[in-house]
Design a protein around this ligand. Structure first.
Ligand SMILES: [Zn+2]
Length: 347
């Protein structure tokens, strides 16, 4: 257990979480999840993937402590009208990973929780694994050995895969080499790498690991109360190219609107990276809210084009999650902000 976890545990025992919960009951809590593991993905990237049983325990905590889970659209409308219920909470998922549908959705349905799912659509249309993550995962699976890509790329030497940095750099180079390949070329390349790192490719493909959901899977989730929303087509949001941003969102909408069968007006910045210049661009596209990956609660006066969210993952312990959920960490952030503003020189 880390020092941070021990300190937070002591604060909980002293009743500070319960106090924070009362003080912050009027703030909207927005949580962000990515993938739920189908196998060992949480060991590979614990910020990106969570075990299904961890996700279940989080949701059961929300239910047992009386948090009011709402869709983002309902919560923002309630905030506008000054009628947000106490302990209002929104659950969001990014990207559209298969495990969101097969693992998380049944847990949410059992508890009667609605949620919001921001979908990036290129891999949905192409029906290929998410290349950057699939490459990184396969190299991670081979982390105790070496890989020889020489017959394929003569300028790539034999690599040891034991260093995380070298794996990351190799995955990035391979992604660049493969970015213009057609679907069959991408799958052939991944199969070749899988063979080199000892991953059973037919089994990997049958499990649909590192894949997003198909259009029909997304459509069935929308019917179950998981609202589909926008996340760009290729997970890209340039801050200096308005036309490229418009193109990303238009393509994203072209795929998702026929699936959701309604207009889509909520957006999530890919990788949480945003620029204040985006706000006006998004508003002009009819977008009413945009979420980031910066922790914080949402209030009536929070900028709608930069809504904060807490990123939950397998790397977050139960006590850290409870500290966020209760509002204890929110109060700490506000105190830190207050101290920083007092310490800043006056202009
Ligand atoms: Zn994303």
């Amino acid at each position: 257990m880390s020092t941070r976890q021990r300190v937070l545990g002591a604060c909980r025992t002293l009743g500070l979480f319960a106090l924070a919960r009362r003080l912050t009951s009027g703030g909207l809590r927005i949580f962000c999840y990515h993938g739920i593991s189908l196998d060992d993905e949480h060991a590979f990237q614990p910020k990106l993937f969570m075990r299904a049983d961890t996700f279940r325990s989080r949701m059961e905590l929300l239910a047992s402590q009386g948090y009011v889970v709402m869709t983002l659209d309902d919560a923002l409308a309630a905030l506008d009208q000054n009628r947000l219920p106490p302990f209002a909470t929104v659950i969001t998922f990014d990207d559209g990973w298969l495990g969101t549908g097969t693992q998380a959705a049944p847990i949410l349905a059992q508890l009667g929780f609605s949620s919001t799912l921001y979908v990036t659509t290129h891999e949905v249309v192409e029906e290929v694994p998410v290349l950057s993550v699939a490459l990184a995962y396969l190299l991670w699976r081979g982390r105790t050995g070496r890989i020889d890509l020489g017959t394929w790329f003569p300028d790539e030497p034999t690599h040891s895969l034991s260093s995380a940095l070298q794996r990351e750099q190799l995955a990035e180079r391979l992604k660049l080499r493969l970015r213009n390949e057609a679907r069959s070329g991408v799958l052939a390349a991944l199969e070749r790498i899988a063979g080199q790192v000892g991953v059973d490719w037919p089994l990997f493909e049958r499990s649909s690991m590192m894949r997003l959901m198909t259009s029909s899977q997304l459509a069935s989730l929308e019917e179950q109360g998981m609202s589909l929303e926008l996340h760009t087509h290729t997970h890209r949001m340039p801050s200096d190219e308005r036309a490229a941003v418009e193109d990303e969102i238009r393509k994203n909408r072209d795929v998702l609107v026929p699936i959701a069968k309604r207009e889509l007006c909520h957006f999530c910045y890919p990788s949480g990276e945003y620029d204040p210049r985006h706000f006006e661009w998004l508003r002009a596209l009819g977008i009413r809210s945009a979420t980031t990956c910066k922790a914080g609660f949402t209030y009536r006066n929070t900028e709608r084009m930069a809504l904060p969210r807490f990123l939950d993952g397998q790397n977050i312990s139960t006590v850290e999650f409870e500290a966020e959920l209760s509002g204890f960490l929110e109060i700490m952030r506000r105190l830190r902000g207050l101290i920083a503003s007092r310490a800043a020189p006056a202009h």
